[in-house]
Design a protein around this ligand. Structure first.
Ligand code: IFM
Length: 448
């Protein structure tokens, strides 16, 4: 009997996303996405890496699903590439795109693995960016049309849906900081983009339910623990701002609390809302707060925050503590506190961890093994935090490790490795790491 035992039926999963693994960007009628253009822009990604081939999962999915079967996965989270389904973002449907996901899902179901489909994991059809992208309200309506089309076509076999993955990344990395596609640097536009991703979520929930009765739907929000450098009021206020910027700006509206008033005041004072909250129209907040069937969250790390001359002028402080290859601090306690906070303040239904994972650059050793003890320790510590939260009453129903495979880590290209499975990009050979074997035992024992 494991010392740490999870509830019966706990959903053990792993996650990936389309552009990060599929490759085949010009096949079977797929249209271009913002990531095709961005990754081909000189200087945008490390060493100019692109997702053109990635893990070639588009062709190798049977082998990858066989690995999932070997791992004993109960569920697999993947994303549907919008430009495969609607090459121009709207209008004509590309049946070959839908057929690919049907083949993938059939393969999963044949092995008893439950599909969790994310509808938007950052690969906006380029035509929609050219029409204004996420700062344009039309993009939210285009998303709802797309969500309805996919749910109508695949809703007989997919029951679990995630609308938008990580709206903070979509809006802030994409439109404020320019680190991700489409590479814009414009905070007022980013705040409009944030609103439209949330609106897309709400409209998407309604469209999925209309097309596939019985569907279970959530958004996937990413969280970062904001820890003040000291107890000084300026540091504490900086941490409040950071939490508002990264977490509450998205969580509060989704949970029916509206946009946080302290942040609206700060953003106005900072000059980020020159036209006020002009993008919010009557009824939007109710749409965004459409109740979901479960609540999916992604958690990786924390930041230490020091105050500046104003809350938005805060600094992130790098302390001498263990970090991952991404440079992210390892902070499982942040996951525990987050789960308790969601439980105590947001009255959420079932909570699912839709991503948690770590990049380490472990080498394949001479005997052909990848001994990734640090990844095993990372997962174990985060699962311990999950278990403590469950014991405290949090309705946590599952955990998806990010990622099944090493893959295209966006602006970092192939320089980061998050996988339970090592991928040799020259040969496309898959090699399960030691963490794969460890996770398989955890799944089989429902604990460790
Ligand atoms: O690889 C990403 C993923 O696409 C979204 N969440 C975080 C992961 C690691 O950076």
């Amino acid at each position: 009997m494991p010392a740490i035992l999870f509830p019966d039926g706990f959903i053990w999963g792993a996650a990936t996303s389309a552009y990060q693994i599929e490759g085949a960007v010009n096949e079977d009628g797929r249209g271009p996405s913002i990531w095709d253009r961005f990754s081909h822009t000189p200087g945008a990604t490390r060493d100019g890496h692109t997702g053109d081939v990635a893990c070639d999962h588009y062709h190798r999915y049977p082998e990858d699903v066989a690995l999932m079967g070997d791992l004993g996965l109960k569920a697999y989270r993947f994303s549907v590439a919008w430009p495969r389904i609607l090459p121009n973002g709207r209008g004509a449907v590309n049946q070959a795109g839908l057929d690919f996901y049907r083949r993938l899902v059939d393969c999963l179901l044949a092995r008893g693995i439950t599909p969790y489909a994310t509808l938007y994991h950052w690969d906006l059809p380029l035509a929609l960016e050219e029409a204004g992208g996420w700062p344009s309200r039309d993009t939210a309506h285009a998303f709802a049309e797309y969500a309805g089309i996919v749910a109508a076509a695949l809703g007989d076999t997919i029951r679990h849906w995630i609308t938008i993955n990580e709206p903070w990344c979509v809006s802030m990395l994409g439109y404020q900081r320019g680190e991700h596609a489409p590479g814009r640097r414009d905070m007022p536009a980013a705040l409009a983009a944030a609103h439209h991703t949330l609106l897309a979520h709400g409209l998407g929930v309604q469209a999925i339910r209309a097309a596939a009765p019985g569907a279970e739907v959530s958004i996937a929000l990413n969280f970062e623990a904001a820890v003040p450098l000291s107890d000084h009021p300026v540091d504490r206020d900086a941490a409040r701002f950071r939490d508002g910027y990264y977490n509450r700006w998205f969580l509060d509206p989704v949970c029916g609390h509206g946009y946080p008033g302290d942040m609206v005041a700060d953003y106005s004072a900072a000059g980020y809302l020159p036209r006020g909250m002009h993008f919010v129209r009557p009824g939007d907040l109710a749409t965004i707060a459409t109740p979901t069937d479960f609540f999916a969250l992604n958690y990786y790390t924390c930041v230490v925050v020091a105050g500046g001359s104003a809350p938005w002028e805060h600094r992130l402080v790098t302390l001498e503590r263990p970090r991952t290859a991404m440079g992210w601090e390892i902070y499982p306690e942040g996951l525990y506190k987050l789960l308790l906070r969601l439980y105590a303040h947001y009255n959420l239904p079932r909570i699912l961890i839709s991503e948690n994972g770590v990049s380490y650059l472990d080498l394949v050793e001479a005997d052909g093994r990848v001994r990734d003890e640090r990844r095993i320790a990372f997962i174990r510590e985060h699962l311990e935090a999950c278990h403590r939260a469950i014991q405290a009453g949090v309705p946590l129903i599952g955990y998806f490790y990010w990622s099944l495979l090493d893959n295209f880590e966006w602006a970092q290209g192939y320089h980061q490795r998050f996988g339970l499975v090592h991928v040799d990009y020259a040969t496309q050979q898959r090699l399960p790491r030691d963490s794969f074997a460890w996770y398989r035992e955890v799944i089989a024992a429902n604990g460790f």
